[in-house]
Design a protein around this ligand. Structure first.
Ligand code: 4NP
Length: 154
């Protein structure tokens, strides 16, 4: 199963999600069954590592930041991914606009996995600087994604 996290710049929210989800997959012993990657809808930050604020929050939670380099999503990603999990409605709108029709049903908002918060967004910390809030939002949604995706494994 292939999981792709997507935000706008791929330097704050989606690399944090990638690092956190990789750790969760690792701890669940599912390394050989679930692959994790991240990308941005924009190419603005291409080649850059995580935002210093995101990196600081990741390190504070024991997550490695090496190997996380921003890149824009490609058509190949839509084919590769089984789940494309994005952060806000703008990400979702842009993804739906560029996705091949056959892959459109792979696109999900992170909060969709919590029914009472289904429409909620994970705001852009690039503007808010609230990187711990981003971590907390991801920490409440990602374990549920792992449960859901684990149930689809054979
Ligand atoms: P992210 O945050 O989408 O969570 O990675 C942003 C990073 C960069 C920009 C916007 C959002 N930017 O406009 O360059």
């Amino acid at each position: 199963m292939n999981v792709l996290f997507v935000c706008l710049g791929n330097i704050c929210r989606s690399p944090m999600a990638e690092a956190m989800f990789k750790q969760m997959v690792d701890e669940a012993g599912l390394n050989d069954k679930i692959n994790v990657d991240s990308a941005g809808t924009s190419n603005e930050e291409e080649g850059n590592g995580p935002h210093p604020g995101a990196a600081k929050t990741m390190r504070a939670h024991g997550l490695a930041t090496d190997g996380l380099v921003s890149r824009p999503i490609t058509l190949q990603d839509f084919d590769w991914a089984d789940y494309i999990i994005c952060m806000d409605n703008m990400n979702k709108y842009n993804l739906q606009r560029i996705a091949p029709a056959k892959d459109r049903n792979k696109i999900h908002l992170a909060y969709e996995v919590i029914p009472e918060k289904a429409g909620q967004e994970i705001p852009d910390p690039w503007y808010t600087h609230r990187f711990e809030d981003t971590y907390n939002s991801l920490n409440e949604t990602l374990p549920l994604w792992l449960d859901k995706i684990s149930q689809k494994l054979d």
